[in-house]
Write a protein that binds this ligand. Structure first.
Ligand SMILES: [Zn+2]
Ligand SMILES: [Zn+2]
Length: 221
């Protein structure tokens, strides 16, 4: 797809990014045993211990479900934003509808690298894009113009949008975060859900923000 990028599709996309001698894994899927990721590495003949760091875009179970297993299997440290870390390491139980709690039982995972806006992880820059969760982040490669957008903005039917609004901690803030992403030069957007976007990313971001403001979302705090 894109040099150095591996996509492991599923309900959630996980990605690998390799540059130089470091491989980063971005998001870990629903499965507590990280089935799709383990299989993808096995099929590629790449050992999990080659993962240098595991990065989470945010704390939701579909993104952090496999984290604990993968940390054990790879020995890699886990990075996520400091505001989402308490949900990942089990200090706080995330608010979740009761029915969902019956199905989703995540394993807490220790966060070794709490992130903040502006941090660097190898070639990737951390941008804090709160709204979907308090500590949602995107990972941006400024020279290659690649954006791993997590659930800050996702793809659906060729458009950019937010995940279902009832999963958003703060919808206005989520839209404001997307508005901020318009300032980046992005050639490849790799979302947590949906298909990678390799054309017209900035006009699609613009289009999203316009649609949201037409519906009165994203104006105030
Ligand atoms: Zn999410
Ligand atoms: Zn998600």
């Amino acid at each position: 797809m894109v040099d150095g990028v591996g996509r492991i599709p599923g309900f959630v996309n996980s990605y690998t990014y390799r540059e130089g001698d470091e491989t980063l894994l971005i998001d870990t899927g629903f499965s507590r045993k990280a089935g799709p990721i383990v299989r993808a590495f096995r099929n590629a003949g790449v050992p999990l211990v080659s993962v240098g760091k595991v990065l989470l875009t945010h704390h939701h179970p579909d993104h952090m479900g496999g984290a604990a297993y993968l940390l054990e299997a790879s020995g890699a440290p886990l990075a996520c934003h400091a505001d989402d870390a308490p949900f990942v390491n089990g200090q706080i139980t995330p608010p979740m509808p009761l029915l969902m709690r019956l199905f989703v039982r995540t394993r807490a995972a220790p966060v070794a690298i709490p992130l903040k806006d502006g941090d660097r992880l190898g070639p990737l820059q951390v941008l804090h894009t709160p709204g979907h969760t308090p500590g949602e982040v995107v990972f941006y490669h400024p020279t290659r113009k690649i954006l791993f957008s997590g659930d800050a903005v996702v793809e659906r039917k060729g458009r950019l949008t937010l995940p279902a609004p009832n999963f958003a901690a703060n919808l206005d803030q989520a839209v404001q975060s997307v508005a901020r992403l318009r300032e980046l030069e992005v050639e490849v957007l790799l979302p947590g859900h949906g298909a990678p976007v390799t054309k017209n990313v900035s006009s699609l971001l613009q289009d999203f923000v316009q649609r949201a403001s037409a519906r009165g979302i994203g104006g105030g705090r």
